[in-house]
Design a protein around this ligand. Structure first.
Ligand SMILES: [Zn+2]
Length: 185
């Protein structure tokens, strides 16, 4: 299993809670264990789907902060940036929202595996006419959370804007299929 890069313990739980099971339910962490991986310490989390009860393990690469107490609790800053970005977005201030979202997904200062950060950054960039960079961030969001219809739909818009109509079509179909699959009966 490939380790997921994280910059805080709090984000491990956010990451897990945003992961969707094939049944449509979301995961919640139930057990945690510190392991020694070949290249450093790994946080091994066992999560359970709140829909069907299926268990899934997650490995987080915690090398960036392990043992450095001053870096613990950094997620508070990332969360604040994210909230700030959302309020800038609601106010229509795209440049300010973009700046905050770049900090949210920053590999050093933020959380690079935060799919909703990449998603909103991609949407903002698309509104600003920067389709290629929007596509880059939306592809990352899809890779992290492949079962979210909204992310596939946004990626479809970006691909359309960069002239990749065929790929756009396939992500649009995926978003429709996922919405159908997970909608309450
Ligand atoms: Zn499930």
């Amino acid at each position: 299993m490939e380790s997921i890069p994280v910059n805080s313990i709090e984000f491990e739980y956010v990451y897990v809670a945003n992961q969707r099971c094939s049944c449509g339910g979301y995961f919640a962490a139930v057990r945690q264990e510190l392991r020694q991986g070949p290249s450093g310490p790994v946080d091994h989390l066992i999560a359970r789907c709140e829909g069907c009860g299926a268990e899934r393990p997650f490995d987080f690469d915690i090398r960036s902060f392990f043992g450095q107490w001053e870096k613990y609790g950094r997620f508070r800053q990332t969360e604040e940036r994210f909230r700030e970005a959302m309020s800038q977005l609601r106010a229509g201030r795209l440049a300010e929202a973009e700046r905050a979202l770049r900090q949210v997904v920053d590999a050093e200062e933020g959380e690079p595996a935060f799919a909703w950060g990449h998603y909103h950054l991609g949407c903002v960039l698309l509104l600003e006419g920067q389709a290629e960079e929007a596509q880059f961030h939306l592809e990352q969001a899809v890779a992290i959370q492949p079962l979210e219809p909204d992310i596939h739909e946004a990626l479809a818009h970006a691909l359309q804007a960069t002239g990749l109509a065929k790929a756009a079509q396939s992500h649009l179909q995926e978003s429709v299929a996922l919405r159908e699959r997970f909608s309450p009966q």
